[in-house]
Design a protein around this ligand. Sequence first.
Ligand SMILES: CC(C)(COP(=O)(O)OP(=O)(O)OC[C@H]1O[C@@H](n2cnc3c(N)ncnc32)[C@H](O)[C@@H]1OP(=O)(O)O)[C@@H](O)C(=O)NCCC(=O)NCCS
Length: 170
Amino acid sequence: MAAIAIRAETTDDAPALHALNVSAFAGDTEADLVDRLRREARPLLSLVAVENGKIVGHILFSPATLAGREDLVLAGLAPMAVRPDRQGHGIGSALVQAGLDACRDAGIDVVVVLGHPGYYLRFGFVPASRFGLRCRWEVPDEAFMLRELRGGCVGDTGGQVEYHPAFNGP
Ligand SMILES: CC(C)(COP(=O)(O)OP(=O)(O)OC[C@H]1O[C@@H](n2cnc3c(N)ncnc32)[C@H](O)[C@@H]1OP(=O)(O)O)[C@@H](O)C(=O)NCCC(=O)NCCS
């Protein structure tokens, strides 16, 4: 495998990232979401994985909120995509690790994710239900997860974590 470089998204990357998300998700829902978040969400943390000069992976973190905990800086990890022919080679894992490091550097306290527990538990995510937290979508308890980047910061406030409004549709 050629070396993978991970870097921040730049302005020229948008078309390649749209195409990458369409191919990874076999449709344009997530690609359109990425475009909406790029327009509307701040701060946005967007990293790309580059191999042989081509973008092969993408991960995005956007602001999330928890009512009553305005002191907490939350980010939602979504979406994440690796080019189908390059999946299963550690590119997604490298993006999650680099993304969590970048979030920590940016002062983010908590990252939430809605996804497959079998994938995200390996990065230290735990079910958010352990903290009495849920998201607005009806999903199995274990699919909504969080990772504290500042140990013990979540406590037991509980409630519903809200992603950026761009997640609720165009
Ligand atoms: C999910 C995704 C980003 C992972 O990227 P990747 O580069 O293939 O991941 P890695 O190579 O780092 O890790 C591969 C591991 O992830 C697991 N994995 C990949 N997709 C998975 C899924 N949908 N559910 C559970 N596990 C999954 C593989 O089984 C493998 O496990 P192993 O290490 O125990 O063998 C990539 O498969 C993808 O783009 N999928 C389509 C889009 C998608 O579903 N995105 C996630 C939205 S939350």
